[in-house]
Design a protein around this ligand. Structure first.
Ligand SMILES: O=C(O)CCC(=O)C(=O)O
Length: 266
């Protein structure tokens, strides 16, 4: 495996903004990732959902890498784990899960603004998601609010289906922001991307995406990683993903038989 150069200035940008674009780092892996996405679309898991409210198709599914050899190959053998560890400033990178998000051509459904962290059972300063499109993207690229990973309070987690509270007891949240209604109030980062590029973002970074206009499909693999300081946390309801029977307790590191450490410099 060839080592990837991530500059100090890129790492500093990631730490400051909670978001970073890296160009061309997975070009050699796009065929493999595309084959994995196709396999996932043809074999959806019990967690697969169809999120399109009108026309088109917005498919997502997660936690399938143990059954998708192409995803396991990327997780174990591509530069992804090393990149994750470097931007998190962590000795290690542990895989949390994979997530496939496909918006077919002509799918106006936006992805609502949200943070991933409140839905997860893991927290830490060292977390990163990699958003990896296998198609060129422009309009439906990921949008992230710079610096939102440092906000004092988390954003209210809601059900994407009907905007209802995701957890029964939801009192310690701020409301979901609307940067489009207040363009000067937020610094939104978004980039046109080519296959091989990736966007990295902290689990606490507020992000969303527009619908995908008619043209081409927007197929994405997202890989979620945690670093040295990440620990299991209890939530007041079912998390997403749920991982039933995980048997972990508050304060523990994620169990390595389910969430292997792929990169370790310790
Ligand atoms: O691809 C999208 O539309 C949204 C992606 C997202 O929310 C995520 O990767 O956490």
């Amino acid at each position: 495996m060839t080592s990837i150069t991530i500059t100090d200035s890129q790492i500093a940008d990631y730490q400051k903004n909670g978001a970073l674009l890296l160009r061309g780092v997975l070009t050699d892996w796009i065929e493999t990732i595309t084959a994995g996405i196709t396999r996932n679309l043809n074999n959806p898991s019990e967690y697969a959902s169809e999120n399109s409210v009108t026309e088109g198709r917005f498919f997502d599914d997660y936690c399938n890498w143990p059954n998708i050899p192409e995803f396991e190959d990327v997780i174990r053998n591509s530069p992804a784990a090393e990149i994750a560890a470097k931007v998190m400033r962590s000795q290690s990178a542990q895989i949390f899960h994979d997530h496939v998000l496909v918006k077919e051509s002509g799918t106006p459904t936006p992805t609502p603004w949200h943070q991933d962290s409140p839905y997860y059972f893991v927290e830490g300063q060292q977390t990163v998601s990699m958003w990896i499109p296998v198609d060129p993207v422009k309009d439906a690229s990921l949008r992230m609010i710079a610096g939102s990973h440092r906000w004092n309070k988390p954003v209210r987690p809601v059900s994407w289906a009907d905007n209802s509270d995701f957890y029964e007891k939801s009192d310690d949240w701020i409301e979901v922001p609307d940067p489009d209604a207040d363009p000067t109030g937020f610094d939104v980062l978004e980039w046109p991307m080519e296959p091989g590029d990736m966007v990295l973002f902290d689990y606490r970074t507020v992000h969303g995406a527009r619908g995908n206009p008619k043209g081409a499909s927007r197929r994405v693999l997202s890989l979620r990683w945690v670093g040295d300081d990440a620990r299991y946390v209890e939530r007041s309801g079912r998390t997403s993903p749920p991982y039933p029977g995980h048997n972990m307790s508050a304060g523990q590191k994620l169990r390595t038989d389910w969430f292997p450490v792929i990169w370790d410099q310790g």
